[in-house]
Design a protein around this ligand. Structure first.
Ligand code: FAD
Length: 452
């Protein structure tokens, strides 16, 4: 049998790659990993983590405003962008260190550099070559841009965490969750926000009631939102100002233009096609139900396969690959892609799991909807007009709850538990027999009795 330097060599030290390598190392495999930018990948460096820290930063503005109704005399507060950036950088450096340490403690050799496949079993990093019995591609995705005049003046989610100063006005192009989240962050930080997107309504694939309710909440906060609109060109005016021409013919002048129109898999320029790995037309690596590419010892997980592009999905896939290869060949070959809960850290946030109403109606004959919209208790004294939306999608024939959806404070925290219930096959009768936690918003999920 051929002798290799490594049992597993992982390309990409993001969420999926680190998890797979660490587990493989702990199972006793000899593992190498190459990362060309930052350990922890997108999520830790330019994704979930800094994004959530920025969300927290913005929410203080709400808290200061709401406090008055509860008797607090809050002097006018001042926000310092540089302090936020410096503290965020420090936290991310700490996390980078933890990732490095976890890998090292698992006996994984970490190479800082861009990896390339020279042969189906040979990887090159920084001019050195290594052989591996198995190769895992976990190279993630990268923001997509459009080929329009002035595109060099826009920023993406990679840049937004490193802006020298907080813009006064921003235009966000894109109606996916990343654009929506940044609209909320900037708006809370006092920035004038314009958001445009190509489709009629943002957040395609999410429940329509949530989308419309979020639209109402965002516009009532002062965000200007235009669907059926794209950016045609961007011109620099007065130094750093950007004049953005929209497909409607309108021009809006802002300080920054954030493009958040989706992400493309990072699969180019690393020898994949040359060693025969099949990609789809978007560049996503095609894998089978064991995360194997068409070259059986080359695996791929996470965003580079462009399926459910979420950190917990990438890490769960990574764990499966490591376990099947080096621990228990008979363990499940796939994660379950049903009932993956997800949150959008919009203002207010969304939490959702299972089928939306339309998906349920496409698959089931007798769909029953329970819906409630109310002003959360905190808003009675704060005076905030924001309303929470909660919705259950139920199969009327089997009584199984197919979807749980929420727009309102803490939706992401609340939805996690309901994902467990859905995975356990909970029926509406189980929801009804569950005692609520009082007084909370979440208790509404177990007290909705009348279909709407
Ligand atoms: P990544 O984490 O992207 O890691 C890939 C790594 O591979 C990168 O570090 C890259 O530098 C490296 N690499 C690429 N090519 C090479 C090469 N040839 N050689 C060496 N290294 C290479 N997900 C959530 O679940 N919740 C959220 O709230 C959330 N928020 C997000 C917010 C933003 C702004 C963005 C952009 C993403 C967010 N995501 C969120 C998605 C999440 O970040 C990704 O799903 C996750 O990072 C995917 O992990 P991965 O391992 O597939 O890839």
């Amino acid at each position: 049998m051929a002798q290799y330097d490594y049992d597993l060599f992982t390309v990409g030290g993001g969420s999926g790659g680190v998890r797979a390598s660490r587990f493989a190392g702990n199972f006793g495999a000899k593992v190498g990993i190459a990362e060309e930018r930052y350990l922890g990948g997108t999520c830790v460096n330019v994704g979930c983590v800094p994004k959530k820290l920025f969300v927290y930063a913005g929410q203080f503005a709400e808290a200061f405003a709401d406090a008055r109704g509860f008797g607090w005399d809050v002097p006018s507060a001042r926000f310092d962008w540089q302090t936020l950036l410096a503290n965020k950088d420090r936290e991310i450096a700490r996390l980078n260190g933890i990732y490095d340490e976890l890998l090292t403690r698992a006996g994984v050799d970490v190479y800082h550099g861009r990896a390339q496949l020279l042969d189906p079993h040979i990887i090159s990093v920084n001019g050195q070559t290594y052989t591996a019995a198995n190769i895992l591609i976990a190279t993630g995705g990268w923001p997509r841009l459009l080929n329009i005049p002035g595109i060099e003046h826009v920023i993406t989610s990679n840049d937004v965490f490193y802006l020298d100063e907080l813009p006064r006005r921003v235009l966000i192009m894109g109606g996916g969750y990343i654009g929506i989240e940044f609209a909320g962050i900037f708006c809370n930080l006092g920035v004038e926000v314009h958001q445009v997107y190509r489709k009629e309504m943002f957040l395609m694939g999410f429940d329509d009631d949530l989308r419309h309710a979020l639209y109402e909440e965002m516009t009532s906060r002062g965000i200007t939102i235009q669907g059926n609109t794209t950016v045609s060109k961007i011109e620099l005016t007065h130094g750093r100002e950007k004049a953005v021409t929209l497909s409607t013919g309108e021009t809006i002048v802002v300080d920054e233009v954030l493009f958040a129109i989706g992400r493309v898999p990072q699969s180019g320029g690393m020898g994949l096609a040359e060693v025969g790995v099949v990609l789809d037309p978007l560049g996503a690596i095609r894998v089978n139900e064991h995360y194997q590419t068409n070259v059986p010892h080359i695996y791929a997980i996470g965003d580079v396969t462009n399926r459910k592009n979420l950190t917990p999905v990438a890490t769960a896939e990574g764990m499966i690959v490591a376990r099947r290869l080096f621990n228990d060949q008979d363990s499940p070959s796939q994660i379950s892609y049903d009932n993956i809960p997800t949150a959008i850290f919009s203002q207010p946030p969304i939490g959702t799991v299972g089928l939306n109403e339309q998906e349920a109606r496409n698959q089931y004959q007798n769909v029953v909807i329970y819906r409630t919209r109310f002003r959360a208790m905190k808003n009675t004294l704060s005076g905030r007009a924001e309303r929470t939306l909660m919705k259950l999608v139920v199969d009327g024939d089997s009584d199984r709850v197919l979807g749980v959806h929420m727009l309102g404070p803490d939706a992401g925290e609340i939805i996690q538990g309901f994902a467990v219930a859905l995975n356990a096959g909970a029926t509406k009768a189980v929801f009804d027999s569950t005692i609520g936690v009082h007084p909370t918003s979440a208790e509404e999920f177990v007290t909705m009795r009348t279909p709407s």
